[in-house]
Design a protein around this ligand. Structure first.
Ligand code: ADP
Ligand code: MG
Length: 252
């Protein structure tokens, strides 16, 4: 019952925490190659929905289907191996490694078997992976800091690094949880420009965002979550003028 161009289908998902209905009857269809934003006020259930998609939380009922495969019941690393990558709200990087080493590491775990071990037990195509990592660092604006300790980066640069670590995995679906949270106005604008640039790569993206303005210029489609329910859905301009959406934000 999932249309052919839909790569991620969240089907009738409910999530309760005791008596609290964090998600009620969520139905979400993300089309291949599109950028789909999920917006909503604090406490709406956005992070809970993301955690259900990536297998960190089991839904109370319903299912998540990715590219014809039921994800529900799978472990986060299995879901990642299927081609779903996530940029965390708090960057998860290796502080003691260099920026470049951080980007090269996920390539070794890639689905396409990105690295090859030679007869000496060494990575045969390490130079190819290094070149690929440097190209991605150039895209995210970190190539000049490739030899820096990752732990020494600013908060905004850590988020850029984490995005680079996701991009080298060549995921089919990239999930971003509030990619500009805690950033200065300047870093927010740089990140929006960066997300526009990677949008043209055709990768399917789901962006969870509290700040409506961040997603208006990026999203092909917006779903608005409030009180654990989807209260509106459509093109950015349709959603922007929707009185129910304005009310959810003003009341929230
Ligand atoms: P958002 O990301 O939109 O701000 P969340 O998904 O974090 O919202 O939270 C939605 C609701 O679920 C909130 O009321 C929150 O307090 C509650 N909640 C989230 N995680 C848990 C949990 N592990 N246990 C109990 N309640 C939770
Ligand atoms: Mg959240």
């Amino acid at each position: 019952q999932t249309p052919e161009n839909v790569v991620l289908h969240v089907a009738d998902v409910h999530k309760h925490f005791g008596g609290l209905h964090a998600l009620s009857d969520i139905d979400l269809q993300v089309e291949e190659g599109k950028t789909h934003a999920i917006i909503g006020p604090n406490g709406a259930g956005k992070s809970t929905l993301l955690n259900v998609i990536i297998g960190r939380l089991p839904p109370s009922s319903g299912a998540v289907v990715f590219d014809g495969t039921v994800l529900t019941g799978k472990k986060p690393h299995e879901i990642n191996q299927l081609g779903v990558a996530r940029v965390f709200q708090t960057p998860e990087i290796f502080s003691d490694l260099s920026v470049l080493q951080n980007v090269m590491t996920p390539a070794f775990a890639r689905r396409d078997g990105a690295f090859k071990i030679n007869m000496f037990g060494l990575v045969d195509n390490e130079n190819d992976i290094r070149a690929e990592a440097e190209a991605i660092l150039d895209d995210v604006g970190l190539v000049e800091r490739r030899e820096s300790h990752a732990g020494a980066l600013s908060r905004g640069d850590k988020r850029r690094l984490e995005l680079a670590m996701c991009l080298i995995q060549k995921p089919r679906l990239l999930l971003l949880d509030e990619p500009t949270a805690g950033m200065s106005r300047h870093d927010t604008n740089t990140t929006i420009e960066l997300l526009k640039k990677i949008k043209s790569r055709g990768m399917t993206k789901v962006i969870i965002e509290h700040d409506m303005h961040v997603v208006f210029s990026l999203a092909d489609k917006i779903s608005v979550l409030a009180g654990g329910k989807i209260i509106a859905e459509g093109l950015p301009n349709e959603v922007r003028g929707n009185p129910k959406v304005q009310e959810a934000y003003l009341g929230g």
